[in-house]
Design a protein. Sequence first.
Length: 239
Amino acid sequence: MSSRLFAICFHATRPSDLARFWSGVLGRELADDPDGVAILPPDPGGFRIRFLPSQEPKLGQNRAHFDLTSALPEDQQRTVARALALGGQHIDVGQLPEEGHVVLADPDGNEFCVCEAGNAFLADTGFIGALSCDGTQAVGYFWSEALRWPLVWDQDQETAIQSPDGGTKITWGGPPVAPKTGTNRLYLELAIPAHADWEAEVDRLISLGAKRTDAGGAGGGPMLMLDPDGNEFSVRRPR
């Protein structure tokens, strides 16, 4: 038994507005969510994207962002134009002019990249090619074990994992890792199978290097935990 990736969650100042932006960019369906609003995955085995209310201001660059793929050069141009029309904007995070990706921010200031056509590393993924994270090699190893997703890259302290079924990769860029400032605006939410032993799974994650926090877990809610790099994630109870 192991956890599966149920959702990638955004803390958002205006969850409904941000959900509509990402629904429009990705072409995915919106759905009601008990705590906010969600975008459904394109297939049953995929992950949701959840938008949860938060008034905490954005502090610095996010530790994680989406890399969107392009099959053709004109696809990249169309994705950028669509994002700008929906309220996104160009931003400068130090990218070089010769780099092929376009860096944008959504209406809540969250960074994302629209990658160039022909990106070989993301060729076997999907429209969301990667959740690209600032993190250590150790945290990549942790998430590989936590989700039981194999490592598909492990070189120069950079790591990447991908579900055995394919789809979006999760990557970590290795050192230097920027200091954490406040609560992450993006975090992973895990779920375990119905009738599974939730406490046993939490204990397994702790044995891999996670830590419990004092938040969550009461009244049947998800347990909020920290991975080895101090990033928040949550574990849903079986339903």
